[in-house]
Design a protein around this ligand. Structure first.
Ligand SMILES: NC(=O)c1ccc[n+]([C@@H]2O[C@H](COP(=O)([O-])OP(=O)(O)OC[C@H]3O[C@@H](n4cnc5c(N)ncnc54)[C@H](OP(=O)(O)O)[C@@H]3O)[C@@H](O)[C@H]2O)c1
Length: 319
């Protein structure tokens, strides 16, 4: 199969052996696969995948068609349209995945949307509702809201009845956030909207002191991204006074059981909103697999609104 491969901190497309199919796995012919910050870090040797996952094959999410099933598979048949998370190697023509980690792609959802859905929406859903317990009527701050996870978090927060403030660095992108129901502000301007019950922190350590200062009593901060630093000086007096909770989360190294649980929640609560058009997968740009290097460079340049997605066949770019 052709796959995106990492060599000397650069990505290119090369031939690799087809993946082997396990009894409980499905073999998926990938049609689209989203890019994530973790892929860029992996390419730079800064984020090793979990044990057993090739270090030189990036890609955490895919959408495609089932072309073979293992002997113990019961959820899917050949021909099914599926999408989901994997711990690596999704940016390739073929991927194998445990059947319980795959979600059906609803009718009407384009391949490029399905390929950009799993990581952003699983991360946002988990942060908002599983980690931070966001409820209707609560005040939510999404820090770093113009990327894939941020746009997913804003939409899910609005759909859940929260009042959403979103920080967006590029002022030209703020109207798009307003359109989906957020109060979009510059990164230094959210203080006037405080206090917040929940903060989803996608930027990192440089924001934590401000997040805590802007928190309501009983507020929860969920740390998802650490691009601006992983170490902080935390004011524990403020933490106590606000009865605050600071927690963090990653998805990649979770067990099959934990990932399957999240996949079922997404199927039940988020995929129907995508199918009905209430929530949209924000696809910013689509590149063919062969142009993976260009796609990675575009991701690294920043200033995008949503996801960058690779398509395996050029026929799928508009599909
Ligand atoms: N823990 C997990 O399980 C998990 C899962 C997925 C993603 N992540 C991490 O979460 C973060 C967000 O993911 P993503 O896929 O949404 O990435 P993304 O698409 O690259 O978006 C990141 C967004 O943050 C913005 N940003 C950066 N610095 C900012 C600042 N100081 N103020 C306001 N906005 C700022 C960026 O704006 P510019 O374009 O202007 O730079 C961009 O819009 C990344 O660090 C990613 O690695 C973690």
């Amino acid at each position: 199969m052709r796959a995106v491969v990492i060599d000397n901190a650069e990505v290119s497309v090369a031939e690799r052996p087809d993946p082997l199919l396990g009894d409980e796995q499905i073999l998926v012919e990938v049609r689209a696969a989203g890019l994530n910050g973790a892929d860029l870090l992996q390419a730079q040797g800064l984020y090793a995948p979990p044990p057993g996952v090739p270090v030189d094959l990036p890609g955490l999410e895919y959408a495609g068609e089932v072309v073979a099933v293992g002997s113990a598979v019961s959820r899917f048949q050949v021909g099914a349209r599926v999408m989901g998370l994997v711990a690596g190697a999704a940016q390739a023509e073929l991927v194998t995945v445990h059947e319980r980690l795959a979600m059906p792609v609803p009718a009407g959802m384009r391949w490029v949307e399905a390929g950009g859905f799993p990581e952003a929406f699983a991360t946002a859903y988990d942060a908002l509702f599983v980690q931070a317990g966001l409820g209707a009527g609560e005040r939510l701050l999404v820090q770093g809201a113009a990327g894939g996870v941020g746009l997913a978090a804003v939409q899910l927060g609005v759909a859940a009845g929260a009042r959403v403030t979103a920080t967006v660095r590029d002022q030209l992108l703020r109207p798009a956030l307003e359109e989906i129901g957020a109060d979009a502000v510059a990164p230094d301007a959210y203080g006037a909207r405080a206090p917040f019950d929940v903060v989803v922190e996608l930027v990192g350590g440089s924001n934590i002191a401000g997040d805590l200062a802007a928190l309501a009593n009983g507020g929860r901060i969920c740390v998802i991204g650490i691009a601006s630093g992983a170490r902080v000086d935390l004011d524990l007096r403020q933490l106590m006074e606000r009865r605050a909770v600071v927690r963090g989360s990653t998805l990649r190294a979770r067990s099959i059981e934990e990932k399957a649980l999240l996949a079922r929640e997404l199927e039940a609560r988020v995929v129907p909103m995508v199918a009905s058009g209430r929530v949209r997968v924000p696809v910013f740009a689509v590149f063919p697999l062969e142009a993976a290097n260009e796609a990675y460079r575009r991701f690294a340049a920043g200033g995008k609104l949503g996801k960058i997605v690779l398509t395996v066949s050029t026929a799928d770019v508009e599909d």
